[in-house]
Design a protein around this ligand. Structure first.
Ligand code: SF4
Length: 96
């Protein structure tokens, strides 16, 4: 995830000193965070499309696995991380 706007959290920022080491290899570094995080007014078809685009980017990312693990461990509530949407993470956590 790059620093910058994050969907419904316009003030959200990750400062470089707080980033995990794998973040430096993130494929999404130059991509608008709106692709990964939902906007307030997002309707289901828009969400489906946005998540499909985000997951396609994650599929080619060299740090997909640590990113997904990070989101699961930290119980990230929003956004696509490591190719997993919010619903994907909820399902995975429910199984464990
Ligand atoms: S897996 Fe996806 S969200 Fe995670 S760093 Fe890579 S491109 Fe970004």
């Amino acid at each position: 995830m790059r620093t910058g706007r994050a969907g419904r959290y316009p003030d959200w920022r990750i400062t470089p000193d707080l980033l995990p080491s794998w973040h430096r290899q993130a494929l999404c570094g130059g991509i608008d965070t709106a692709v990964f995080f939902p906007a307030d007014e997002e309707c289901p078809p828009q969400r489906q499309h946005r998540e499909r685009v985000a997951k396609a980017i994650c599929a080619a990312c060299p740090v997909r696995r640590p990113c997904a693990v990070y989101a699961l461990v930290h119980r990230e509530l929003h956004g696509v991380w490591g190719g997993l949407s919010e619903a994907d993470r909820r399902r995975r956590l429910a199984r464990t």
